[in-house]
Design a protein around this ligand. Sequence first.
Ligand code: MLT
Length: 403
Amino acid sequence: MSPVAPVDIPVFPDDCDAYGHVNNAAFVRMFERARWEALRAGPGVDVFQRHGVAPVVRRATVEFHAPAHPGQVLRFDVTLVHLGRTSFSLHQTARRADDGVLVAEADMVFVCLDGQDRPTEVPAAIRQHFGTRPSVRPGMLQHYSVRGLALTADVLGDGPAILFIHGFPLDRTMWRHLAATLTGWRRIAPDLRGAGLSDVPDGGYSMTEYADDLAALLDVLRVESTVVCGLSMGAYVAFALLRRHPGKVRGLVLANTRAEADTPEGLKGRDEMIALVEGGGSEAIVERLMPKLFAPSSLTAMPQVVEHVRTMIANSPPRGVIGALEAMKARDDQTAFLPEINVPTLVIAGREDQLISNDRSKALADAIPEAQFTLIPEAGHLTPMEQPIATGRVIGEFLEAIS
Ligand code: MLT
C-alpha cells in the first residue's frame, strides 16, 4: 500500500466535456494536482527547487476506466513503483470517493534534470516520501465500509464481475497471479472479515456472515450479479452466498472444495488447531498446514509461492483464524443443495490435492446439474496458486462460454 495519504479532489464542470464526463486532458491535470497535493502534505511543493532539481515528465499514460461527473469527489492515490538514480516512476489511481470505483489510472515516468538540463540524482526526500519500491504493482487495493467493518479488496479491471473468495487461512493475495490472467473482467478479491487487512471483529464468524459481508460489498461496488469463484473454504462461503443472495450469483467456480460438513475426525482437527492458535498465534499452525496444501513437487519447485503461503498464514490475525475454524466447524452440509444449483458451474480440482480427493471433487461436479469438471495436473490443494496460468485458462474459457 502507498505510504502517502490519498488526496480528494472534487470534479468541477470545467473538468468535463460537453457530455458531462471528466475529459481526458482534465485527468492529466487532476493527476498532476494530486501529485502536488501529496508533496504539499509531505516534503513541500518546493522540494525539487530546494535541491536544484527539475522533474521532467518523460512518459505519461492515462487509462480511463469509468465515468466521473461534476459534484463527485475523486480520491487519488500515488505509489512509487520504480526508483532509479536519475529517474522514478509513479503509479496513480483515481477512484470515486463514495463507492470506490476505479475511474482512471496513470503511469508517470520522471527524469530529474539539474540547472544545465543534465540528468541528476532523484532527491532523497522523494524516495523517503513516496516509500521504497513495492514488490507487486499496487494501486488496486481499497478499503470498503461494509456492515460496520472495513473490508479490504483488490479490484482490478473493467467488464463483467468475478468475485474471488480465498481459502483458509489465507487472504486475497492468493488470487493475484490467476486474476492477472483474466483481463476483460472486473476482478474483485476481498479479504474476508478477520483475514488479510480487513477488520477483525470479535464475533460474527460464520458462512452466512461472510456471505452477507460479500453481498454488501457487491452493493457498495454496484455489482448487480457476478461469477463467484471460491477456493475450499471460499467455496463454502460461495454456497452460502448463492443460497442467501441467489440474484447476485450468475455463475460458480468451485475450486478444491467439498459440499459435506466436517466429520467427527475433522472437528477434532479443528479443535486442535484452535488450541494451537490460542497458545502460539497463527504461526503455530504453519508447519501443520504447509505440507498438506501443496503438491509435493510444488514444495520444492515453487519456493516463492511456498513462502507467500507461509507468510499469509503466519500473518493471519489469530482471532480471524479461530473465527474461520469455528465457522467451518458449524457449517451445514450442502450435499442436498447441489441438485438445486441452477447457475453455470465449473468444478476445479488439483490432481495431487491431499485434502480433497479427486473422486470427491468429481462427485461434487456430478451432483450439480450440468457442471463442468476439470482436473489440473501438478497442483495440490492450492491449484490457483500452483498453476495460475492453467487454472486461469480453464476459468477464462468457462467465463467466455457463459457470457
Ligand atoms: C481451505 O483451504 O480453505 C481449507 O482446507 C478448508 C477446510 O479446512 O475445510
